[in-house]
Design a protein around this ligand. Structure first.
Ligand code: NAD
Length: 254
C-alpha cells in the first residue's frame, strides 16, 4: 500500500514506533527513522528496515525541543525529496503524585507529547501547502486522552491536548487535503511499560480491567496505523481510534 511513499515515524527506535516503521517498510515505503541517539542499536535497526528492500534514513533529534522538531521534519522532507506521511509517535510519561510533579518533568512530558507534535506537524503542513501536496498525519495518543490515569497528570494533560489539537486540525487541514487522526492504545507490551510488566500484582490488576485479558502488541498498533495512513482510510479524518482490548469503555459485570 505504501510503495514509493516516504514516511517519517518519530521516536521509532523502540516499541510502537519501531513496529510502525517495520510495517510501513514491509508494505513498500521508504522510512525516515528518528531518535535522540545514534549508536549500535540504531545502526542495527537501519539494517533491519533496509532488509525490506527500500530506502532508510535516520534523523537524529529531540522532538521535545520545539525547534528541533522543525529541524527533524525539514531533514525528513529533504531525505528522499518529499514526505507523504507523518507519524507523531515519540512520547514519554512520568509517574508522580500531582502535588509532587516538578516543572522539569511537566515540561519534559508536555514538550515531548504535545509541543513536539504541534511544531513538527506545523512544519509538515507548511511544506504540503507550499508544494500543494496532500498529506496524512497520525498522532500516537493514548486511552488517556479519554480516561483518567491517576499519578500521571502531565501525561493525561498532554494526550488530552492531543485529542483537541487533532480535532481542530482535521477541520483546518481538510481543505488542504491533509487527513489527521489519533491512535489511542491501551496497555501495549513495550519498554514504556517494562516496570509494570515486571510487577505481578500490578499486571493482575491491569488485566482484570481489560475485557480481552491481555496486553496488546506493538505490531497490532502498527496494523491500525497502517490502515489510517493508507488510502483505505481516504475518508477518515478527525477521529480517535482506540486499540485497547476493550479497556476504555469496559463494564464490570457483577
Ligand atoms: P517506548 O518507550 O518504547 O517508545 C517511545 C519512543 O519515543 C522511544 O523510541 C523513545 O526513544 C522515543 N522518544 C522519547 N522522547 C523522545 C524525544 N524527545 N525525541 C525523540 N524521540 C523520543 O514506548 P511506546 O509504548 O512504544 O510509546 C510510543 C507512543 O505510544 C508514546 O507516544 C506513548 O505515549 C504511546 N502509548 C503507549 C502505550 C503503551 O502501553 N505502550 C499506551 C498508550 C500510548
Amino acid at each position: 500500500r505504501f510503495k514509493d511513499k516516504n514516511i517519517l515515524v518519530t521516536g521509532s527506535t523502540s516499541g510502537i514506533g519501531q513496529a510502525c516503521a517495520e510495517r510501513f517498510a514491509k508494505e513498500g515505503a521508504n522510512i525516515i527513522l528518528n531518535g535522540r541517539h545514534f549508536a549500535d542499536d540504531e545502526k542495527q535497526l537501519i539494517k533491519t528496515i533496509e532488509a525490506y528492500g527500500n530506502k532508510v534514513k535516520f534523523v537524529q533529534g529531540d522532538v521535545s525541543k520545539g525547534m528541533d522538531s522543525v529541524g527533524i521534519l525539514q531533514q525528513a522532507i529533504d531525505a528522499f525529496g518529499s514526505l507523504d506521511i507523518l507519524v507523531n509517535n515519540a512520547g514519554v510519561e512520568r509517574n508522580a503524585n500531582f502535588w509532587e510533579v516538578t516543572e522539569e518533568d511537566y515540561d519534559l512530558v508536555m514538550h515531548t507529547n504535545l509541543k513536539g507534535v504541534f511544531f513538527g506537524t506545523q512544519t509538515f503542513v507548511k511544506y504540503c501547502r507550499k508544494e500543494n501536496r496532500p498529506g496524512v498525519v497520525i498522532n500516537m495518543s493514548s486511552v488517556h486522552e479519554e480516561i483518567i490515569f491517576p499519578h500521571f497528570s502531565a501525561y493525561c494533560a498532554s494526550k488530552g491536548g492531543l485529542k483537541m489539537l487533532m480535532r481542530n486540525l482535521a477541520t483546518e487541514l481538510a481543505p488542504l487535503n491533509i487527513r489527521i487522526n489519533n491512535v489511542a492504545p491501551g496497555a501495549i507490551a513495550t519498554p514504556i511499560n517494562q516496570k509494570m510488566m515486571a510487577d505481578k500484582d500490578k499486571m493482575k490488576g491491569l488485566l482484570e480491567n481489560i475485557p480481552m485479558k491481555r496486553m496488546g502488541t506493538p505490531e497490532e498498533v502498527a496494523g491500525l496505523v497502517a490502515f489510517l495512513a493508507s488510502d483505505d482510510a481516504s475518508y477518515v479524518t478527525g477521529s480517535t481510534y482506540f486499540i485497547d482490548g476493550g479497556l476504555t469503555y469496559h463494564y464490570e459485570e457483577q
